[in-house]
Design a protein around this ligand. Sequence first.
Ligand SMILES: Cc1ncc(COP(=O)(O)O)c(C=O)c1O
Length: 396
Amino acid sequence: MSTQPKQFLSDKVALFTESVIRDMTRQALLHGAVNLSQGFPDFPAPAEVKRAAQEAIAADVNQYAITWGTKNLRNAIARQMQKWQGIEVDPERQITVCCGSTEAMISTLMAVCNSGDEVIIFEPYYENYGPDSILSGAKPVFVKLRPPQTPDGEWTFDDAELRAAFHTRTKAIIVNTPNNPTGKVFTRAELELIRDLCVEHNVLAITDEIYEHILYDNTEHISLARLDGMRERTVTINGLSKTYSVTGWRVGWTVAPPAITNAIRKVHDFLTVGAPAPLQEAGAAALGLPESYYQSLAAGYRARRDRLMPVLTEAGFRCFRPRGAYYVMTDISGFGYANDLDFTRFLVKDIGVAAVPGSSFYRDPKDGAQQVRFAFCKKDETLDAAARRLKKLSRG
Ligand SMILES: Cc1ncc(COP(=O)(O)O)c(C=O)c1O
């Protein structure tokens, strides 16, 4: 009998593909392209934060930390939640430190979802949420974010469409603000509508706030947990990756009511035991950086956004101006390509710039077939190298 390795695979794993975003980074390496695909900074992390990690290793913080996170880091997270969002958190009963916000999200979904539960996701969405839902047994239900009609407009959703997505099988809604890939920063009015629907239908909100400090144009980040009625029905997810430019350290966390935290801690414990112990200590130091750090982080990203957008526009992309996070979603219909995959393949091989095909952010690839996302969390030299290559596009 011939061997059929595929017969050993689970049904679940057949329901999703490998990450397109991470694959684009491999393509960039293969073709020697400038990598504006995956969202990781190519500049150094803050010196104080790196020093704190080195010191922790030198001090032999090398063994398992408490499974739900070192006390120093949990205390620092609780202090910052109070300072930034005015939310009182008990670090002993409400915080779970995970291996990145990626693990925080899947541990949360596994802790709260039963098979057949529905989870509402705004679309386009960060691609992990699809497989996360499948692996936790939940069914994703998508609500469209519609692109702005004017260069300065906002991505919006239809209130009635959101309302219609809530019903008896709805367990949770995922809200990612500031948003990847659109750069949308949800407004207070939008969050209040989400709050009203969660309360009315007894639904949990899971918020991904990983770009909390990367905001432009006087936008404000509002944690859903801050709104009346949401404290007891919100899991707030955040992490070190983006705020401190340490995506490879894999430290993130959940903040949730005690009963939900207990469930998340159980899943997290058996999934990964714990996040890297010395890097958690460095995380505590990172969260203590002064106000000026966060201001210059946002200002640096605003300058990069304003450097890249005119380059893209000049090259023939229609840009949707992000209000937060570090991506520009663009419309590529001016190039006359049948779809985003053909276009990004051409871009990486012939132009030498890697970007992410828009279809990877939609359930139905057709919806993203004329969109491409660029990441601008890169050094000026990297953005300038991309600019030189992208000039080839406008020359025809
Ligand atoms: C919206 C969003 N959430 C989570 C992550 C991953 O975060 P972490 O490195 O903490 O796992 C990313 C990374 O790009 C992201 O864009």
